[in-house]
Design a protein around this ligand. Structure first.
Ligand SMILES: [Zn+2]
Length: 304
């Protein structure tokens, strides 16, 4: 028995609806209409917000939100262009030609509690170019998050994310973080220095995947990068090459060789020197530990 034409057309239209929805999701196309959009050869920017009008028929509010997101998208473009130029000059002494290292930026303005930000290099991005995804408050976006992620973009374009270890990538990008984050890191590093209870630097070197809640990792990466930059302030190549060696290091012996080659000391010495640099920076005295007190030589009275 042939299906009734009515049923067939309903099934078929449902099928197409599912297919189109999947395609739209895969393509990353946002289906709700309050998204601000702007693009050029360097950036493709989408900005939306979690603020959705309750009354869908309230056209005035809808237009207002759309307008806000459009203005944000345009501001993101101006800032992203500025950061890309500034950071490539600062870090690599070069500018990136227009249209090279194209990046899609997806921003959702939401509460700061939901903060998350990722940079996906072209190789792992679901798009044809690299991708920055940010969910955060408007204040934090423009104060630090966008700048931090653009550093990753510049490093990826110049060196390739596969080339650089996570600690150095985050160590360089973290310079852009806002005051609140920096104060938190300072308290954390001062605590390590005051108690002389430091997380292992060797473990930090091994980290392959980072999430924004890994505060200890960010603190270590930031301060260690700062220290290395202070040893060879005008030689970022030295830092980058050392970083690359730590990325391919298989064990402590390899880390030792890298430290000796680029900083003329063993890895343990480099770590100890870094600790001393942090103590000096914050005026912290070397804590005296009971078990580290020098042994007082006692002469055996019987022998005497
Ligand atoms: Zn980062």
């Amino acid at each position: 028995m042939e299906p009734l034409p009515f049923i067939e057309s309903k099934t078929s239209s449902r099928k197409w609806f599912v297919v189109i929805t999947i395609v739209l999701c895969l393509a990353g196309v946002r289906v709700h209409g309050q998204t601000g959009f702007v693009s050029n050869e360097n950036f493709v920017i989408y900005c939306t917000s979690s603020r959705i009008p309750r009354d869908k028929n309230n056209d005035e509010l809808y237009q207002k939100i759309l307008q806000e997101n459009q203005e944000r998208a345009e501001k993101i473009m101006i800032m992203a262009e500025r950061y890309k130029k500034e950071f490539s000059e600062e870090i690599f002494d070069q500018t990136i030609p227009y249209g090279k290292g194209t990046c899609r930026i997806d921003v959702e303005i939401t509460s700061e509690k939901k903060h998350r930000a990722y940079f996906y290099p072209k190789t792992t991005s679901k798009h044809h170019y690299s991708n920055i995804e940010i969910k955060t408050s408007e204040q934090r976006l423009f104060e630090s998050t966008l700048a931090h992620e653009i550093v990753h973009l510049v490093i990826d374009h110049k060196l390739g994310t596969d080339f650089i270890p996570r600690w150095l990538d985050e160590g360089i990008a973290s310079i852009q973080d806002g005051d609140k984050t920096r104060i938190g890191r300072r308290i954390q590093i001062m605590d390590y220095a005051q108690t002389d209870n430091w997380p292992s630097l060797e473990e930090v070197m091994k980290v392959k995947k980072v999430t924004s809640d890994m505060h200890e990792f960010y603190t270590m990466a930031f301060y260690f990068t700062q220290y290395l930059s202070s040893i060879t302030p005008k030689n970022s190549l030295n830092l980058v090459e050392f970083g690359q060696k730590t990325k391919i290091a298989k064990d402590k012996k390899d880390l030792d060789e890298a430290a000796k080659k680029y900083y003329k000391m063993s890895f343990d010495e480099l770590e100890a020197q870094w600790h001393a640099w942090v103590r000096q920076k914050y005026g912290i005295r070397m804590p005296i530990k009971q078990n580290k007190l020098p042994m007082i030589k006692r002469v055996n009275p019987l022998v005497r």
